[in-house]
Design a protein around this ligand. Sequence first.
Ligand SMILES: Nc1ncnc2c1ncn2[C@@H]1O[C@H](COP(=O)(O)OP(=O)(O)OP(=O)(O)O)[C@@H](O)[C@H]1O
Ligand SMILES: [Mg+2]
Length: 281
Amino acid sequence: MSLRGTRRATKQSQNFWEIASGKVRPRNDMVKTMTTNPILTVKDLNVVFPDSNGGLHALEDISFEVCPRDFICFLGPSGSGKTTLLRILAGLLKPTNGEVNFIGNQHPGVGMVFQQPNLMPWRSVMDNIKLPLELEGISETDARIKAQEMIELVGLRGFEDSWPRELSGGMAQRVGIARALIHDPDLLLLDEPFGSLDAITRERMWMELSRIWQAKQKTVIMVTHSINESLFLADRVLVLTQRPGKIKFDLKVDLPRPRNDDIRYTPHFGKLARKLRETIE
Ligand SMILES: Nc1ncnc2c1ncn2[C@@H]1O[C@H](COP(=O)(O)OP(=O)(O)OP(=O)(O)O)[C@@H](O)[C@H]1O
Ligand SMILES: [Mg+2]
C-alpha cells in the first residue's frame, strides 16, 4: 500500500491540492491536468484483519476515483467494510495492500463525522465546535470567530451556550458537522451521520447537508444504509457486497441540482432507486 504524502507538502503540491479543492483558481498550464485528474485514486485495496482463523477479509479489491467537489455515497450491508474504508481514507488505518493516492502526493485535511455526534457533555455547543482549533493552538478570539461562522452555517444560532444534553439528535449532529468543518478540511468523511435520527429530521438534514456542501464546495464521501438518502445527496453511489466488501455497482446520479423534496417523487428518482434496490438484493 502507499498512502503517499504527508501533511507537510511542497509548495507545488499544496497549490495543486488547493486548486483541486476549488480554493484557488488554476494557472493556465495546470487547467488541462486538473480537468482530467481525480483528487483521490484508490486501487486494488484489500483489508484483512488478523484473527485466529487466518484473517478476516473486510474489503476486497476496492478501486475508485474521486474528483474535486464530488459527493460520493457508499451503500452496503452491515459489515461490508464501509467504516473500515473511511478509516483508511482518514489515514487512521493502513490497508493490507493496495493504493490510496491523493493528488499532489499529500494527505488532505480531513473532517470526519460519525454515526453518533460524540460531543463532550461538559462543553457547550460553542466549546465543542471550537475544540479542534484549540487543539491546533489557534487563539481564543480567532477560534470563537470561526466557530460562530460554523454555528451560523449549520443553523444553530442562539444555541451557542447550550449543553449537549439540551440538544435534539439533529441539532447534536449539526454540532458534529460544524466541528468537522471548522478547520476547513479538503475532504469530508461522513459515516452514517443521520442513522440515529427519526425520518423527518433525517430528511431535513439532507437539505441542510446539501446546502452546506454547495456553500463550502467540499469533496464528500458518505456512508449510508439508505437508498433515498444516497440518491438525494450524491453524484455517485457505489454499492458494496456483503463481506468481504467489493464494489458491485457504480451508479451515476444524474438528477438535477439543487435538489429539493419534490425530486424524490419524480419517475427518474424512482427508476434510480429501483436500480439500487435490485443491486442490493
Ligand atoms: N479493528 C478491527 N479488528 C478486527 N475486525 C474488524 C475491525 N474493524 C472492523 N472489523 C471487521 O471488519 C468487518 C467490516 O467492519 P466495518 O465496521 O467496516 O463494517 P460496516 O460496513 O461499517 O458495518 P456497519 O454498517 O454495521 O457499520 C466486520 O466484520 C468487522 O467485524
Ligand atoms: Mg460502519
